[in-house]
Ligand binder design. Structure first.
Ligand SMILES: Nc1nc2c(ncn2[C@@H]2O[C@H](COP(=O)(O)OP(=O)(O)OP(=O)(O)O)[C@@H](O)[C@H]2O)c(=O)[nH]1
Ligand SMILES: [Mg+2]
Length: 649
């Protein structure tokens, strides 16, 4: 088992432990009667996030650089055989995702290439199982596994005009390797996309591996460039030591990887075994490899440390026959180490940051609530102690005071209600700003603009007008958010000052990550179509597909922004609501106490003892909450926030 596998699996175990700790905390909350609907939702969200966490590594390169071989060597050597097909010449014909979802049976789902004729993107089609063909396999049976994986090589012959529409032929490229045969037919991939559901320890831990076909097809499937590659935690770009860096290698790098991925990029100089010719000394070979690495780093403008010289083939062989010396010589372990160090900690940070924010918010809400509850109990005991030996007139006076406080409290309730109304109005206009319908309208308008024009200028104008409209929506959203934020700071202060609540700073929210993401989409768009001059049928089809992918990715941003703002707006009211509720309950209890004392003053002692008991129970709850929270925060890797002073008082 390599360091990489260990790390990925340790990460999977960490996620499972965290999910358990969160579940325990959530159970405690429910048992203690502290979990209202929004709090419950928060935990459900965190657990879902943990369960669906995926880390993907994409392999991208020209054909025959050894992508599939490297995947076999890095992840599947335990099978003692190649799982993904490899061969000289073009082998992998369609993007192939390897993952594991225990809810689905093992097998490969294949999306027919003809689906490219419509506007639907692969992401959308994922949700319609009817469009896919499934080839089942038995995970333990290598022959059945290999037979199923062989599907990704399948091709079919289609007339030229059809190949053009499928985006398989570039009419402007006279050197296209896809030339018609004697009957005028062109060989194209039979499938558009493949998803393998393979039970395997790494994939079970949430790793997703994306093998891509070399040559041409990347350009024809804009989703790869727009969605799949940018959202992968790591992208491995392969070169071959025997071919050097060719022009088409540089094009793949420049057009597909460079703009989409600034970090997590690994350049692999594969097939270094070609230099082991048996006639040169090891030192000479090392020097030669080192020179090649230098030159790759220079051409791709990268630090030399990002370039890894390996032999995937010898690495695979070494693992299969258990030859440590050969494995070391293949230099595969260095790449594995670097990959693990890059992607696991990064993913862990991303998910920890998210969950920590959610958890800290629940925890401080809970703490504030328990603190108020405890303070109320202490005050009640004090008040009751003060009632000892008081005559009826004094008791009546106290009863009047409590009543007065209750009347005052009605003011608090009114203000809470007014605030809720104002916030509701803001919520409405925020949701209107980033409504999916609104985006759909932008997309429709841009599509019309594109259709109306057969010139490239019209195509880019259509695309630009979409991005412009979207940017304006998000600017409006930012303004709204800022407005609500400053209003809430003032409101929290006023509730603290005038109504005796203990509210910290209101939950904050930033639209920056969405704006950054839109900027990235825009950069990719410009890279892809900035220099479009002549609109051929093929370019037209490609642009349309590209446009649909852009629209889909933007839709995703709208959806997430909608959800996040909604959660944020809820989180703003939650502390006020819970403290107001608590305050109200306390007032009721006080009225009750005074009334009972007035009815039979003998019960006073009993009443005090009962409250003391409540307080002891509450203290035990606080201890338990601290312990359960510590379990979660230890896993999230940070100090527990200081317990509010009111609790330890
Ligand atoms: N000598 C040598 N050959 C290798 C190495 N890695 C891969 N190959 C061979 O190179 C050929 C191409 O490898 P593949 O893994 O199919 O390449 P690919 O990048 O997946 O190619 P496509 O699927 O066509 O995009 C196969 O015959 C491999 O066995 C290596 O490290 N050394
Ligand atoms: Mg391949």
């Amino acid at each position: 088992m390599t360091g990489f596998n260990n790390r990925i699996q340790a990460y999977g175990a960490w996620r499972a432990a965290l999910a358990e700790a969160l579940t325990r905390y959530a159970h405690w909350l429910a048992e203690a009667g502290l979990a209202d609907a929004s709090m419950h939702q928060r935990f459900v969200r965190s657990l879902e996030r943990l369960a669906t966490d995926r880390m993907s590594i994409a392999f991208v390169a020209e054909f025959s650089r050894g992508k599939s071989e490297l995947i076999n060597a890095l992840f599947f050597s335990d099978y003692g055989q190649r799982v993904l097909p490899t061969s000289a010449g073009r082998t992998t014909m369609c993007p192939t995702e390897l993952m594991y979802d225990s809810a689905e049976p093992p097998g490969i789902r294949l999306l027919p290439i003809e689906t490219r004729m419509h506007d639907m993107t692969v992401t959308e089609l994922r949700k319609s199982p009817r469009e896919w063909v499934t080839v089942p396999f038995e995970p333990g049976n290598l022959a059945s596994l290999r037979a199923a994986f062989d599907c990704v090589r399948e091709t079919k012959r289609v007339p030229r005009h059809e190949a053009v529409l499928l985006g398989m032929v570039d009419e402007t490229d006279s050197e296209s390797p896809l030339s018609p045969d004697a009957e005028g037919l062109i060989e194209v991939s039979r499938w558009r996309h493949a998803i393998a559901n393979l039970p395997h320890p790494l994939l079970e831990s949430g790793l997703v591996i994306i093998d891509t076909p070399g040559l041409n097809s990347i350009g024809a499937e804009p989703e790869l460039t727009l969605n799949v590659i940018p959202s992968a935690q790591a992208v491995l770009f392969l070169l071959s030591a025997d071919a050097g860096v060719t022009r088409s290698d540089i094009e793949v790098w420049r057009d597909r990887i460079s703009p989409a991925h600034q970090s997590g990029r690994f350049v692999v100089l594969n097939k270094i075994d070609g230099l082991w010719d048996g006639m040169r000394s090891d030192a000479e070979i090392d020097a030669e490899i080192s020179l090649q690495v230098d030159s790759v780093a220079r051409v791709l403008q990268l630090p030399r440390e990002n370039v890894f010289a390996v032999s995937a083939q010898k690495g695979l062989l070494a693992k299969v026959v258990d030859d440590d010396a050969l494995l070391a010589r293949s230099r595969l372990p260095e790449l594995e180490q670097a990959l693990a160090l890059e992607i696991v900690p990064r993913q862990k940070t991303i998910i920890s940051d998210q969950l920590r924010r959610e958890f800290d918010e629940s925890r401080s809400l809970t703490h504030a609530l328990l603190a108020t509850r405890r303070r109320n109990l202490v005050e009640q005991v004090m008040e009751l102690n003060g009632l000892r030996g008081k005559n009826r007139a004094t008791l009546e006076q106290i009863a009047r005071r409590v009543k007065l406080e209750r009347a005052e409290f009605d003011g608090t309730l009114r203000q809470t209600q007014a605030l809720r109304t104002v916030l509701g109005r803001h919520e409405q206009s925020i949701q209107n700003t980033i409504r999916i319908d609104q985006l759909k309208r932008h997309v429709r308008e841009a599509r019309q603009q594109m259709r109306a024009s057969s010139l490239s200028i019209g195509l880019s104008q259509g695309m630009n007008s979409l991005l412009l409209a979207v940017r304006s929506d998000f600017n409006t959203l930012s303004d709204h958010v800022a407005e609500v934020q400053s209003m809430m700071v003032a409101m929290y202060a006023s509730f603290n000052r005038e109504h005796g609540l203990v509210l910290g700073a209101p939950a904050s929210f930033s639209t920056q990550s969405f704006i950054d993401e839109l900027a990235r989409i825009e950069a990719l768009q410009r890279q892809q179509f900035g220099a479009l001059s002549l609109v051929t049928t093929e370019k037209w089809a490609l642009t349309r597909r590209f446009f649909e992918s852009v629209a889909l990715r933007i839709r995703d941003v709208y959806e997430r922004a909608g959800e996040d703002t909604q959660n944020w707006l809820r989180a703003l009211m939650a502390p006020i609501d819970s403290q107001v509720r608590e305050h109200q309950a306390q007032l009721r209890r006080r009225v009750d106490s005074v009334r009972r004392v007035m009815e039979a003053s003998g019960h006073l002692q009993e009443r005090i003892a009962q409250i003391e008991e409540d307080r002891a129970r509450l203290d035990a709850e606080l201890d338990r909450s601290a312990m359960l929270a510590a379990e979660v925060t230890a896993l999230l890797g940070h100090e527990a926030p200081a317990v509010p002073a009111a609790v330890s008082a």
